[in-house]
Design a binder for this molecule. Structure first.
Ligand SMILES: NC(=O)c1ccc[n+]([C@@H]2O[C@H](COP(=O)([O-])OP(=O)(O)OC[C@H]3O[C@@H](n4cnc5c(N)ncnc54)[C@H](OP(=O)(O)O)[C@@H]3O)[C@@H](O)[C@H]2O)c1
Length: 275
């Protein structure tokens, strides 16, 4: 079975690439964009370049594709160009595993189930490129393909398979190590998911016939403030240094408040216990 991880140099992609390689019958390839590549055996590829994408794809000809690329403010290009190129190359036999986000629920009135309608942000909103591109990507996939799994995730945290921490926890550790207070908002409710739990679900999905949309993560949702206090305690730091942050926002930068995810459905298809 040939498996290709697009974005294998990224935070999530690196764990996925490592775990995919543990599958005995899998022949795994992966891509990176910016030097240096995280692993020696990755291909340098800009997924937005149709010719090089096509050449690479035809050479690799995968049975399973994992899309773990992200480009924040330019996320639209990844959907309109990269993902569209990919969709034109996929055969019905090729399974696509796409990592989506809780930001498809921009009204922020969670907890959300898989069947709940997605909603876009206004175009001039700070997060519209990312959130709206994810919605568009999900629509392309569900309209054009049948052999896919969309895994929606809230904030992804923890040390990945190569020892890299997510940016939020890294920042928390930096502050607390130096005895400085750090503030997080208590009004933003999320379903957190550990990076290696998400990667394990993807590893299971590589070998499975399951298709559809699934919410990933722990059954309990938490605010950033609660989650970071808990993390501080787990790391052995003084949790009193984690303070409540300001909730004042500009209208065009307003963050969706509760994007927590109901994760019941995925428990029917995985042996994994999140968290
Ligand atoms: N991190 C989170 O909290 C979170 C939450 C929900 C969903 N997600 C989703 O999880 C997936 C992985 O995110 P991540 O946190 O691992 O992001 P990441 O660390 O930023 O990794 C994204 C990767 O995408 C690659 N990339 C960007 N533009 C590219 C292009 N034009 N062509 C080829 N590769 C390109 C980058 O390659 P180089 O590094 O080689 O430049 C990078 O390694 C994304 O789909 C993201 O939307 C993440």
């Amino acid at each position: 079975m040939k498996v290709c991880v697009f974005g294998a140099s990224g935070y999530v992609g690196a764990s996925v690439f490592q775990l995919a390689k543990e599958i005995p019958e899998a022949e795994v390839t992966g891509t990176y964009l910016e030097e240096p590549a995280l692993f020696d055996d990755l291909y340098k590829l800009d997924v937005n370049q149709p010719e090089s994408f096509s050449d690479f794809y035809k050479e690799v000809d995968p049975d399973v594709v994992i899309w773990s690329v992200m480009d924040g403010p330019n996320e639209h290009e990844l959907t309109d160009q990269g993902l569209l190129h990919l969709i034109t190359h996929l055969t019905p036999q090729t399974k696509l595993i796409y990592i989506s986000s809780d930001f498809v629920f921009t009204e922020g009135k969670g907890p959300y189930s898989e069947a709940d309608p997605m909603s876009k942000l206004p175009d001039d909103h700070l997060f519209s490129s990312y959130a709206n591109a994810k919605i568009k990507a999900e629509r392309f996939i569900t309209n054009e393909l049948s052999n896919y799994v969309i895994l929606r995730a809230g904030p992804i945290y923890g040390e990945n398979k190569i020892g890299k921490l997510d940016e939020r926890t890294d920042k928390l550790s930096c502050y607390l190590r130096s005895g400085k207070p750090v503030a997080y908002r208590d009004d933003l409710i999320r379903t957190f998911v550990h990076v290696n739990d998400l990667a394990k679900v993807i590893q299971e999905q590589i070998e499975s016939d399951v298709t559809g949309i699934y919410h990933t993560g722990e059954s309990e949702s938490r605010s950033f403030y609660e989650f970071m206090r808990m993390t501080a305690e787990q790391f052995g730091y003084n949790k009193q240094l984690v303070e409540k942050g300001s909730e004042r926002e500009k209208v065009d930068q307003e963050v969706p408040k509760d994007t927590s995810l109901n994760t019941e459905k995925i428990r029917q298809i995985t042996k994994l216990t999140f968290g």
